[in-house]
Write a protein that binds this ligand. Structure first.
Ligand SMILES: C[S@@+](CC[C@H](N)C(=O)[O-])C[C@H]1O[C@@H](n2cnc3c(N)ncnc32)[C@H](O)[C@@H]1O
Length: 222
């Protein structure tokens, strides 16, 4: 079953994702690793009491796993109504506290400062296939929304391939908005992804803290 688009620009389109999740059915498709490979880093930056927003959740079970180990305040959104229905059906009985909402991450209806953590696994990469002006404008809207819904000192945690244009954009946004950044290489996620797909690119976790720094510092653990 071919789920890949003809061009990477399709990753930013709602119709592509609805068709993707219809074809995929209920079988989870995990981008860039799962909870077992990522938990060492996630537990360092997310506390059990945190109020977490997962943006572009897809049918990843990362949120379910976080819930099952004690994180109870989790809201997940996705642009695809197809996958949101699937996730509600999958979780409403066993995980009633988890919320799944169809919503555009570029135009969120949450109140300001509602969350202490925004978690993004693969969504920034999907939204930013290139560095054309229109894409950059979109990403400015995305970061603006994340910043709006995050509390002061809240964290934006992004699991990404961190291609050059994405690195530049995150660094630029953070510098202009006094966010601090840490970049961690996720070797275990990379190894897992290499065994289950053709991807042999490095996987990173970028942790940005809102309003933490007057001179943002990049600390790489590569
Ligand atoms: C690469 S997938 C990652 C899915 C999931 N986070 C994972 O790790 O498997 C990108 C996800 O972002 C969602 N998405 C794309 N554009 C979006 C938008 N504007 N708002 C919310 N979700 C979006 C897609 O529907 C898809 O589920």
């Amino acid at each position: 079953m071919n789920l890949l688009p003809k061009s990477k620009e399709e990753f930013a389109e709602t119709d592509y994702w609805n068709a993707f999740f219809k074809k995929r059915g209920n079988k989870a498709f995990e981008w860039y690793g799962e909870y077992p490979e990522l938990c060492e880093h996630l537990h360092k930056y997310i506390k059990v009491k945190d109020s977490i927003l997962i943006v572009g959740c897809g049918n990843s079970i990362l949120g379910n796993d976080l819930h099952d180990v004690g994180y109870k305040k989790i809201t997940s959104i996705d642009i695809s109504s197809v996958v949101i229905k699937q996730m509600i059906n999958l979780n409403e009985k066993d995980r009633p506290s988890m919320q799944f909402i169809q919503m555009d991450a570029l135009d969120m209806s949450f109140e300001d400062k509602k969350f202490s953590v925004v978690l993004d696994k693969g969504t920034l990469d999907a939204l930013m296939p290139n560095d054309k002006n229109e894409t950059i404008e979109k990403i400015d809207r995305y970061f603006g929304q994340i910043s709006r819904v995050l509390r002061d000192n809240g964290k934006y945690i992004c699991v990404t391939l961190l291609q050059e244009h994405i690195l530049k954009k995150i660094l630029g946004y953070s510098t202009s908005n006094n966010w601090s950044i840490q970049i961690i290489r996720c070797h275990e996620a990379e190894n897992k992804t290499a065994t289950t797909s053709d991807n042999t690119l490095p996987v990173f976790m970028v942790v940005c803290s809102k309003g933490k720094s007057t001179s943002p510092m990049v600390c790489s653990k590569i």
